[in-house]
Ligand binder design. Structure first.
Ligand code: UD1
Ligand code: UDP
Length: 350
């Protein structure tokens, strides 16, 4: 079979690292990068660090308003599909690249396979929620990371070709853990950090960055903490912090976004993770690091039910208090599969 895979944003490069290699053992893959993320720290670093095959095409779409960005991708992906005439289009997650892929393929009657199908926050103000709902309803093969995702789809009447496969991010994490065991990342030394003696933070969700009141509350919480806060800053957030000249105390260490292995090194050695990222909530869980999610809801409800993740919203006081008292001691059941999700995805495609 010939399969066109669409990637464009940071978490998609990581997910594709699990699937792409296996896919190419059995099928012909045409990897298309939409160009949604383009800085080296947001894109190239993952192709280098995860040994991902180079994309056959980069549409070079870049940043823009949702309509303009998605529209440019739609046009670009349509051209690729007309030229390649694949048997399947493979999409990942919930970004604008995911949405554009699903729309372009379904209009050309190219079957769509969606990795990470069925996630819901039930918050339609999130751009990602719109992308997920549309992508799932246009997909022919729905590859779910959790039972909750399967149930979410059933509640929307989607029951055909829905499969629980597990989370491909766990496959990548297991691969990375092996690498890190023999080749520990030097990032802790480079940053002068000691294990368990710092907090790791990321913030990029539009509900937090586009709302100055929420972002100020979050940054204020970081400023009020006594421990070092290591904060690899997404370019979207960097722009707001710079433009608004936000006050940042010295113990809050703003650094450039880092590569995947460095990031796992930072997560694994942190005392706690504070984030609004989807991927990071799961990585903290798998690595046994308590996580505070600075949102009002999460798609990864199992991590909260297990007691290792807490929703703290954006209120300064609530965040600071949780950093002081949140200390899960409960067991961590295996969540999101067994680390062989990519194999199942490829089997089901075949
Ligand atoms: C996107 C996804 C989000 C995902 C995130 C992963 C959508 C709607 N959102 O959000 O679901 O969690 O990627 O990181 O698809 N920028 C740069 N350089 C880059 C990329 C972005 O400077 O290489 C800046 C630009 O100012 C841009 C802004 O970041 O306008 C936002 O980028 P965009 O890709 O639109 O959305 P993300 O916030 O990255
Ligand atoms: N990540 C990374 N470097 C960073 C920040 C995040 O490698 O500086 C990784 C992180 O470990 C996870 C993924 O990127 O695997 C999550 O991406 P992001 O938070 O951008 O998107 P989301 O998961 O929220 O869609």
């Amino acid at each position: 079979m010939k399969i066109v895979s669409i990637v464009g944003a940071r978490p998609q490069f990581i997910k594709a690292a699990a699937v792409s290699r296996l896919l190419r053992e059995r099928h012909r893959e045409v990897l298309v990068h939409t160009g949604q993320h383009y800085d080296y720290e947001m894109s190239g670093i993952f192709f280098d660090g995860l040994k991902l095959p180079r994309p056959a095409t980069n549409l070079g779409v870049g940043s823009g308003l949702h309509g303009a960005q998605t529209g440019a991708m739609l046009k670009g992906v349509e051209n690729v599909l007309l030229a390649e005439r694949p048997d399947y289009l493979l999409i990942y997650g919930d970004t604008n690249s995911t949405l554009a892929g699903a729309l372009a393929a379904s209009k050309l009657s190219v079957p769509v396979a969606h990795v990470e199908a069925g996630l819901r926050s039930f918050n339609r103000r999130m751009p990602e929620e719109i992308n997920r709902v549309v992508a799932d309803h246009l997909s022919d093969l729905l590859l779910c990371p959790s039972d909750t995702a399967v149930q979410n789809l059933a509640a929307e009447g989607i029951t055909r070709n829905v499969h629980f496969v597990g989370d491909v991010m766990l496959d990548v994490l297991n691969w990375a853990k092996q690498r890190l065991a023999t080749n520990p990342p030097g990032i802790l030394d480079r940053l002068g950090l000691m294990k368990q003696r710092y907090l790791l933070a990321t913030v990029h969700r539009s509900e937090n960055t586009d709302d100055m009141a929420r972002l100020s509350q979050i940054l204020n919480a970081f400023n009020l903490l006594e421990e070092p806060v290591v904060f690899p800053v997404h370019p979207r957030t960097r722009k707001v912090i710079t433009d608004a000249r936000c006050r940042i105390e010295r113990h809050v260490r703003l650094i450039e976004p880092v590569g995947y292995l460095d990031m796992l090194g930072l997560v694994g050695a942190a005392r706690m993770v504070l984030t609004d990222s989807g991927g990071l909530q799961k990585e903290a869980y798998w690595l046994g690091v308590p996580c505070l999610t600075m949102r009002d809801e999460t798609e990864w409800v199992e991590t909260v039910e297990a007691g290792w993740n807490a929703l703290v919203g954006s209120d300064s006081e609530k965040i600071v208090e949780a950093v002081h008292v949140f200390a899960p001691s409960r067991p961590r059941p295996d969540l999101y599969g067994d680390g062989f999700a990519a194999e199942r995805c490829v089997d089901l495609l075949g």
